[in-house]
Design a protein around this ligand. Structure first.
Ligand code: BTN
Length: 271
């Protein structure tokens, strides 16, 4: 793939706006295809303050200050992967944000699973709260940021990074990161994956904002990468026991104490 071609000419993004229109979804419109930005989440947040409509989406071929969760950076070679942010003018109580972040993770996981070939291929799973893994390697991450008025959410920016075409990672990531190009049996088209993510968000976001995680909870459980696994986190080590209907991770610590985690970072293994 040529390294410095503008976003609108990248072969696997051709026809993206038309494909979004064909699916009849409200997200992905208007679509801003950008060559380089600091961070698509920052583009979306800025535009949100200026009144951009629900569904606006920013997709960049490269970011100079891509951000991840917990203050980490998100680095991706130009033109190889999916880097995008969706503005959802979804209103709900602030307590529902973790549930909406899980829904975003589920939409990304489902799109990655489809690109991997469905049930016969390698399995994609959601690692609470916001990573998508294939095996133990990360293939995608989600950064959800919200705008509040008092204790109500006025808008969400859902930032997504999916490793699509990258085949080699820097040494420090090589053992922990993977991509669709490395895992899928057939060539993957970025437009298709993006449209699948948008469709998943379109289907579930408003539903969960209004009625909570209950209606998607079975799918979340099926996608859970941690259930039954040994994990470690700030609260200690133990065994993950699923995700509850409020989006909390259930942990049975090795000393027998049961905890419900609302946020933070979890590592596979006993650390
Ligand atoms: C994580 O795994 O920590 C979340 C990574 C989120 C990265 C995406 S790339 C597009 C969007 N813009 C950003 O600056 N971050 C998100």
């Amino acid at each position: 793939m040529p390294p410095h071609v503008g976003a609108s000419r990248m072969p696997d993004l051709v026809g993206l706006a038309e494909r979004i229109a064909e699916r009849g979804i409200t997200l992905g419109k208007p679509l801003h295809l950008l060559d380089e930005v600091e961070s698509t989440n920052d583009s979306a947040k800025q535009a949100s303050r200026e009144g951009a409509p629900h569904g606006s989406t920013w997709l960049a071929e490269s970011q100079t200050r891509g951000r991840g969760r917990q203050g980490r950076s998100w680095i991706s070679p130009r033109g190889e992967n999916l880097l995008f942010s969706v503005l959802a003018r979804t209103t709900c109580p602030v307590a529902r944000v973790p549930e909406l972040a899980l829904v975003a993770g589920l939409a990304v996981r489902d799109a990655v699973a489809r690109a991997l070939g469905g049930s016969g291929g390698p399995q994609a799973r959601l690692k609470w709260p916001n990573d998508v893994l294939v095996g133990q390697k990360k293939i995608a991450g989600i950064l959800v940021e919200s705008t509040l008025t008092g204790r109500r959410v006025e808008a969400l920016v859902i930032g997504v990074g999916i490793n699509v075409h990258t085949r080699s990672f820097p040494d420090e990531l090589a053992g922990r990161a993977t991509s669709l190009a490395l895992e899928a049996r057939a060539p993957v088209d970025r437009a298709e994956v993006l449209v699948d993510v948008l469709s998943g968000l379109h289907r579930d976001l408003e539903l969960v904002a209004g009625r909570g995680l209950g209606l998607v909870h079975a799918r979340l459980t099926e996608a859970d990468a941690l259930a039954g696994q040994a994990i470690s986190c700030e609260a200690g080590s133990g065994t993950a026991q699923g995700i509850d209907t409020e989006g909390r991770l259930l942990l049975r610590r090795d000393d027998g104490v049961r905890l419900r985690l609302t946020s933070g970072e979890v590592h596979l293994g006993r650390g």
